[in-house]
Design a protein around this ligand. Structure first.
Ligand SMILES: [Zn+2]
Length: 371
């Protein structure tokens, strides 16, 4: 087996990265605690901190209380040293977020604009991004992450298909050619799942219940995208043999039974109105919701059996799901062969702009790994 021996430069780089991540995770630390916790000698800690200070990636933020002797200086990372822009493109809107190095959304905006595959749209898209970041130092921007409701090909240079945007085999460059930053493209459910992965212990599957059903697989806190970047397309797992016709052309797909529009279509396209009516005990709405949860419970149990990890309910419906979680857990638990309860079912943390956030976090994550 061939292997590469680490040289001094590698070790130095690794140490710097470990120290930076330690400060990031612990928010406020002393030099001594870095040395003790990471088992790195004090001179090496000093040397790396100096480099991080010189690059404006960390800062001194006061002193720790002392029980005697000199007070230790407190060190934190400079949260706003770098930013990434996340954009979520949907059929009728774009959402944008500006995200800093600790993953906080510094500002956000949602603009109404129907997608069209046209130069007019792409020029508007560029102007919207520039307007959004007009007050941000462009040298601090790591890049733009663009979430698309569709399948991005393995190379990341073309969009294989998007049912929502009605495009097929188009180059990502059409979206990014006017944007003067490094752009990456990511499937919307993968992006939203990636945003949730920050709260996940280790592994999870994310089920996106929006106007189409999708998902993401988080394995060891990283996105697992599969051999063809189609992992997590739970919407097209068959749940009813020879069932309802799906937009994909097949029958009985989960999408037909658990897309959010099944609910919002009953309340003028407004999901919040659907849940208002549900809470008021509307009979028809209650029947639809019960049927929805019936199919959803089968899907969630299948995911648990397949992946043996937490299942996070997300997407448009996920934003309203917390009130119904306990009842839903009981439904799912009854289907499970091995477990008494379904405490592995969780509700997403990010109710809105999750996909835009996740797209931005791809840049933030890769920067942190590169420090
Ligand atoms: Zn389908």
């Amino acid at each position: 087996m061939a292997y590469k021996k680490s040289n001094n430069i590698d070790v130095k780089k690794i140490n710097k990265n470990i120290i930076y991540k330690y400060i990031l995770e612990n928010k406020k630390v002393s030099k001594n605690s870095i040395s003790v916790s990471l088992n790195i000698s004090m001179p090496t800690v000093w040397q790396n901190l100096k480099e991080l200070l010189d690059n404006n990636l960390i800062e001194e933020v006061g002193e720790f209380e002392s029980s005697g002797g000199r007070k230790a200086k407190a060190i934190s990372i400079v949260e706003n040293a770098k930013f990434a822009v996340g954009v979520d493109i949907t059929k009728n809107h774009i959402s944008m977020v500006l995200v800093n190095l600790v993953g906080s959304v510094v500002k956000n905006i949602r603009l109404k604009k129907s997608f069209s595959y046209s130069n007019e749209y792409f020029l508007w898209f560029e102007k919207s991004i520039k307007d959004f970041i007009f007050d941000v130092d462009i040298n601090s921007i790591l890049g733009v992450g663009i979430s698309i409701p569709g399948i991005i090909d393995r190379t990341g240079i073309s969009i294989s298909s998007s049912h929502v945007l009605k495009i097929k085999e188009v180059p990502c460059y059409d979206f990014s050619r006017y944007i003067p930053f490094n752009c990456i493209f990511i499937n919307d459910a993968n992006a939203a799942g990636f945003a949730e992965s920050k709260y996940i212990e280790n592994n999870a599957v994310y089920l996106s219940l929006s106007n189409s059903v999708g998902g993401a697989i988080i394995f060891s806190k990283e996105l697992y995208t599969g051999d063809n970047v189609r992992a997590g397309e739970f919407g097209h797992t068959a749940i009813v043999p020879n069932g309802e016709k799906c937009y994909c052309g097949k029958r009985g797909c989960l999408d037909c039974y658990c897309k959010a529009s099944l609910l919002s279509d009953l309340s003028n396209g407004k999901l919040n109105v659907f849940f208002d009516k549900l809470n008021k005990g509307d009979k028809k709405i209650t029947e639809v919701w019960d049927r929805y949860l019936y199919y959803l419970s089968i899907a969630v149990n299948n995911l648990r059996m397949s992946f043996d990890c937490d299942v996070v309910i997300g997407g448009y419906v996920g934003a309203y799901f917390a009130d119904y979680l306990n009842d839903f857990k009981n439904k799912v638990a009854k289907l499970n062969t091995f477990e008494e309860n379904a405490n592995y079912v969780k509700v997403c943390r990010h109710h809105f702009e999750g996909a835009a956030l996740g797209a931005a976090l791809v840049h933030i994550d890769s920067f942190i790994k590169s420090v």
